[in-house]
Design a protein around this ligand. Sequence first.
Ligand SMILES: [Fe+2]
Ligand SMILES: [Fe+2]
Length: 256
Amino acid sequence: MNEHAPPPTLSERADELEEAMMHQLTERIATKSTWCYLADGKVAMADGMALLAANPGKHFLMGADPRLPAMPEKPTLLDFFRARFAATSHLLQSATHALKGGQPEKVVLACLLHDIGVASFIRCDHGYWGAQMIEPYVDEEVAWAVRMHQALRFFADPSVGYEYPELYIKAFGADYKPEPYIVAEYERARNHKWYMTSRLITMNDIYSFDPDAKVNLDDFVDIVGRNFKQPKEGLGFDNSPSSHMWRTLMWPTRFL
Ligand SMILES: [Fe+2]
Ligand SMILES: [Fe+2]
Protein backbone atom coordinates (compact mmCIF):
# COMPACT_ATOMS: atom_id res chain seq x y z
CA MET A 1 0.00 0.00 0.00
CA ASN A 2 1.29 3.47 -0.91
CA GLU A 3 1.84 5.24 2.37
CA HIS A 4 1.47 8.65 0.68
CA ALA A 5 -1.96 7.82 -0.78
CA PRO A 6 -4.88 9.75 0.75
CA PRO A 7 -6.87 7.75 3.30
CA PRO A 8 -9.80 5.87 1.72
CA THR A 9 -13.16 7.61 1.76
CA LEU A 10 -16.04 6.05 3.63
CA SER A 11 -17.61 4.75 0.44
CA GLU A 12 -14.28 3.32 -0.74
CA ARG A 13 -13.99 1.54 2.60
CA ALA A 14 -17.55 0.21 2.26
CA ASP A 15 -16.72 -1.07 -1.24
CA GLU A 16 -13.57 -2.75 0.04
CA LEU A 17 -15.49 -4.32 2.89
CA GLU A 18 -18.19 -5.61 0.57
CA GLU A 19 -15.60 -7.05 -1.78
CA ALA A 20 -13.78 -8.73 1.08
CA MET A 21 -17.03 -10.23 2.32
CA MET A 22 -18.08 -11.51 -1.10
CA HIS A 23 -14.63 -13.00 -1.48
CA GLN A 24 -15.06 -14.59 1.92
CA LEU A 25 -18.21 -16.41 0.87
CA THR A 26 -16.40 -17.94 -2.08
CA GLU A 27 -13.74 -19.06 0.42
CA ARG A 28 -16.09 -20.07 3.21
CA ILE A 29 -18.95 -22.50 3.64
CA ALA A 30 -22.13 -21.12 5.20
CA THR A 31 -24.08 -23.81 7.07
CA LYS A 32 -27.73 -24.18 7.96
CA SER A 33 -28.59 -25.21 11.51
CA THR A 34 -30.76 -28.18 12.37
CA TRP A 35 -33.60 -25.74 13.04
CA CYS A 36 -33.66 -24.71 9.35
CA TYR A 37 -33.98 -28.36 8.29
CA LEU A 38 -36.73 -29.02 10.84
CA ALA A 39 -38.66 -26.09 9.35
CA ASP A 40 -38.44 -27.87 5.99
CA GLY A 41 -39.90 -31.00 7.56
CA LYS A 42 -36.61 -32.86 7.84
CA VAL A 43 -34.85 -34.15 10.92
CA ALA A 44 -31.38 -33.48 9.61
CA MET A 45 -28.22 -31.52 10.21
CA ALA A 46 -25.35 -30.32 8.06
CA ASP A 47 -22.72 -33.02 7.67
CA GLY A 48 -19.54 -31.08 8.34
CA MET A 49 -17.12 -33.66 6.99
CA ALA A 50 -19.15 -34.15 3.79
CA LEU A 51 -19.31 -30.38 3.25
CA LEU A 52 -15.55 -30.04 3.67
CA ALA A 53 -14.99 -32.92 1.24
CA ALA A 54 -17.34 -31.32 -1.31
CA ASN A 55 -15.59 -27.93 -1.01
CA PRO A 56 -11.86 -28.64 -1.21
CA GLY A 57 -9.68 -25.89 0.21
CA LYS A 58 -12.58 -24.06 1.84
CA HIS A 59 -13.26 -23.49 5.52
CA PHE A 60 -16.50 -22.98 7.36
CA LEU A 61 -17.88 -19.51 7.86
CA MET A 62 -17.10 -18.50 11.44
CA GLY A 63 -18.52 -14.99 11.47
CA ALA A 64 -20.58 -12.62 9.37
CA ASP A 65 -22.47 -14.02 6.39
CA PRO A 66 -21.67 -11.73 3.46
CA ARG A 67 -25.10 -12.37 1.94
CA LEU A 68 -26.76 -10.57 4.86
CA PRO A 69 -26.65 -6.83 5.57
CA ALA A 70 -23.45 -5.96 7.43
CA MET A 71 -23.75 -5.21 11.13
CA PRO A 72 -21.55 -2.67 12.92
CA GLU A 73 -18.93 -3.83 15.40
CA LYS A 74 -21.06 -2.70 18.36
CA PRO A 75 -24.63 -3.20 17.21
CA THR A 76 -27.55 -1.44 18.82
CA LEU A 77 -31.19 -2.47 18.99
CA LEU A 78 -31.88 -0.10 16.10
CA ASP A 79 -29.20 -1.83 13.99
CA PHE A 80 -31.07 -5.10 14.51
CA PHE A 81 -34.30 -3.37 13.49
CA ARG A 82 -32.65 -2.20 10.28
CA ALA A 83 -30.53 -5.21 9.39
CA ARG A 84 -32.05 -8.34 10.96
CA PHE A 85 -35.75 -7.92 11.74
CA ALA A 86 -37.55 -9.10 8.61
CA ALA A 87 -40.77 -7.15 9.01
CA THR A 88 -40.93 -4.12 11.26
CA SER A 89 -44.05 -2.41 9.94
CA HIS A 90 -46.37 -4.32 12.29
CA LEU A 91 -44.21 -3.38 15.29
CA LEU A 92 -44.04 0.25 14.22
CA GLN A 93 -47.79 0.40 13.56
CA SER A 94 -48.57 -1.05 17.00
CA ALA A 95 -46.15 1.31 18.75
CA THR A 96 -47.51 4.29 16.76
CA HIS A 97 -51.03 3.33 17.83
CA ALA A 98 -49.93 3.23 21.48
CA LEU A 99 -48.06 6.53 21.15
CA LYS A 100 -51.05 8.29 19.59
CA GLY A 101 -53.28 6.84 22.30
CA GLY A 102 -51.16 8.61 24.90
CA GLN A 103 -49.77 5.45 26.49
CA PRO A 104 -46.75 5.72 28.79
CA GLU A 105 -43.32 5.11 27.26
CA LYS A 106 -42.96 1.64 28.75
CA VAL A 107 -46.15 0.54 26.98
CA VAL A 108 -45.01 2.11 23.70
CA LEU A 109 -41.69 0.27 24.06
CA ALA A 110 -43.46 -3.01 24.85
CA CYS A 111 -45.60 -2.57 21.71
CA LEU A 112 -42.53 -1.75 19.63
CA LEU A 113 -40.78 -4.92 20.82
CA HIS A 114 -43.68 -7.32 21.38
CA ASP A 115 -43.15 -9.41 18.23
CA ILE A 116 -39.39 -9.18 17.73
CA GLY A 117 -39.28 -12.94 18.35
CA VAL A 118 -41.31 -13.45 15.18
CA ALA A 119 -39.67 -10.64 13.22
CA SER A 120 -36.18 -11.94 13.92
CA PHE A 121 -36.25 -15.69 14.03
CA ILE A 122 -39.06 -17.81 15.37
CA ARG A 123 -42.86 -18.00 15.43
CA CYS A 124 -43.58 -20.71 17.98
CA ASP A 125 -43.77 -19.17 21.47
CA HIS A 126 -42.51 -15.86 20.09
CA GLY A 127 -43.59 -13.92 23.18
CA TYR A 128 -41.27 -15.99 25.36
CA TRP A 129 -38.33 -15.72 22.97
CA GLY A 130 -38.81 -11.97 22.55
CA ALA A 131 -39.07 -11.39 26.30
CA GLN A 132 -35.89 -13.37 26.93
CA MET A 133 -34.00 -11.36 24.32
CA ILE A 134 -34.87 -8.01 25.88
CA GLU A 135 -35.01 -8.95 29.56
CA PRO A 136 -31.52 -7.70 30.51
CA TYR A 137 -32.12 -4.33 28.88
CA VAL A 138 -35.63 -3.19 29.76
CA ASP A 139 -37.81 -2.61 32.80
CA GLU A 140 -38.92 -5.95 34.25
CA GLU A 141 -42.52 -4.97 33.57
CA VAL A 142 -41.85 -4.51 29.84
CA ALA A 143 -40.27 -7.96 29.48
CA TRP A 144 -43.10 -9.51 31.51
CA ALA A 145 -45.71 -7.83 29.30
CA VAL A 146 -44.03 -9.07 26.10
CA ARG A 147 -43.85 -12.62 27.53
CA MET A 148 -47.49 -12.65 28.61
CA HIS A 149 -48.95 -11.21 25.40
CA GLN A 150 -48.28 -14.70 24.01
CA ALA A 151 -51.20 -15.99 26.08
CA LEU A 152 -53.35 -12.88 26.58
CA ARG A 153 -54.04 -12.26 22.90
CA PHE A 154 -56.11 -15.48 22.79
CA PHE A 155 -58.49 -14.33 25.54
CA ALA A 156 -61.09 -11.57 25.31
CA ASP A 157 -61.44 -8.94 28.00
CA PRO A 158 -64.76 -7.17 27.39
CA SER A 159 -64.10 -4.81 30.32
CA VAL A 160 -61.48 -3.05 28.17
CA GLY A 161 -63.06 -3.80 24.80
CA TYR A 162 -60.62 -6.52 23.72
CA GLU A 163 -62.31 -9.21 21.65
CA TYR A 164 -60.83 -12.44 20.34
CA PRO A 165 -59.25 -11.30 17.04
CA GLU A 166 -61.30 -12.02 13.91
CA LEU A 167 -58.00 -12.64 12.17
CA TYR A 168 -57.33 -15.63 14.44
CA ILE A 169 -60.56 -17.32 13.36
CA LYS A 170 -59.39 -16.98 9.79
CA ALA A 171 -55.81 -17.92 10.65
CA PHE A 172 -56.30 -20.85 13.03
CA GLY A 173 -59.86 -22.02 12.35
CA ALA A 174 -63.00 -21.45 14.43
CA ASP A 175 -62.32 -24.59 16.48
CA TYR A 176 -58.79 -23.67 17.59
CA LYS A 177 -58.43 -23.84 21.37
CA PRO A 178 -55.26 -22.59 23.09
CA GLU A 179 -53.23 -25.40 24.65
CA PRO A 180 -53.38 -25.96 28.44
CA TYR A 181 -50.01 -24.25 29.04
CA ILE A 182 -51.36 -21.11 27.38
CA VAL A 183 -54.60 -21.26 29.41
CA ALA A 184 -52.56 -21.67 32.63
CA GLU A 185 -50.33 -18.75 31.64
CA TYR A 186 -53.39 -16.61 30.92
CA GLU A 187 -54.76 -17.36 34.37
CA ARG A 188 -51.46 -16.38 36.00
CA ALA A 189 -51.32 -13.18 33.96
CA ARG A 190 -54.93 -12.29 34.66
CA ASN A 191 -54.24 -12.03 38.38
CA HIS A 192 -50.90 -10.27 38.12
CA LYS A 193 -50.28 -6.66 39.08
CA TRP A 194 -48.90 -5.93 35.61
CA TYR A 195 -51.82 -7.53 33.76
CA MET A 196 -52.94 -4.29 32.14
CA THR A 197 -49.48 -3.54 30.69
CA SER A 198 -49.54 -6.80 28.77
CA ARG A 199 -53.23 -6.38 27.94
CA LEU A 200 -52.33 -2.99 26.40
CA ILE A 201 -49.97 -4.78 24.00
CA THR A 202 -52.88 -6.88 22.76
CA MET A 203 -55.12 -3.81 22.58
CA ASN A 204 -52.58 -1.93 20.46
CA ASP A 205 -51.64 -4.99 18.41
CA ILE A 206 -52.64 -4.10 14.88
CA TYR A 207 -54.28 -7.16 13.38
CA SER A 208 -55.34 -5.40 10.19
CA PHE A 209 -51.87 -5.10 8.70
CA ASP A 210 -51.91 -1.96 6.57
CA PRO A 211 -49.14 -2.03 3.98
CA ASP A 212 -49.61 1.70 3.30
CA ALA A 213 -49.44 2.91 6.89
CA LYS A 214 -46.86 5.66 7.31
CA VAL A 215 -44.55 4.55 10.07
CA ASN A 216 -41.01 5.46 10.86
CA LEU A 217 -38.45 3.93 13.18
CA ASP A 218 -37.08 7.46 13.75
CA ASP A 219 -40.22 8.27 15.75
CA PHE A 220 -39.04 5.82 18.43
CA VAL A 221 -35.34 6.57 18.63
CA ASP A 222 -35.74 8.75 21.74
CA ILE A 223 -38.08 6.32 23.51
CA VAL A 224 -35.65 3.47 22.83
CA GLY A 225 -32.78 5.70 23.99
CA ARG A 226 -34.50 6.41 27.29
CA ASN A 227 -35.93 2.95 27.98
CA PHE A 228 -33.65 0.33 26.42
CA LYS A 229 -30.31 -0.03 28.20
CA GLN A 230 -28.09 -0.33 25.17
CA PRO A 231 -24.85 -2.04 26.28
CA LYS A 232 -21.74 -0.04 25.42
CA GLU A 233 -20.01 -3.18 24.08
CA GLY A 234 -22.83 -3.71 21.56
CA LEU A 235 -25.78 -6.11 21.80
CA GLY A 236 -24.29 -9.57 21.76
CA PHE A 237 -20.96 -8.65 23.34
CA ASP A 238 -22.05 -7.60 26.80
CA ASN A 239 -22.07 -10.98 28.54
CA SER A 240 -25.77 -10.75 29.39
CA PRO A 241 -27.96 -13.89 29.70
CA SER A 242 -29.33 -13.20 26.20
CA SER A 243 -26.25 -11.95 24.38
CA HIS A 244 -25.82 -15.35 22.65
CA MET A 245 -29.27 -14.87 21.10
CA TRP A 246 -28.27 -11.53 19.59
CA ARG A 247 -24.98 -13.01 18.33
CA THR A 248 -26.83 -15.90 16.71
CA LEU A 249 -29.08 -13.42 14.92
CA MET A 250 -26.02 -11.56 13.79
CA TRP A 251 -24.23 -14.71 12.57
CA PRO A 252 -26.98 -17.23 11.77
CA THR A 253 -24.81 -19.39 9.50
CA ARG A 254 -21.69 -19.62 11.67
CA PHE A 255 -20.56 -23.22 11.83
CA LEU A 256 -20.26 -23.22 15.63
FE1 LIG B 1 -47.45 -11.43 19.10
FE1 LIG C 1 -48.39 -8.40 17.16
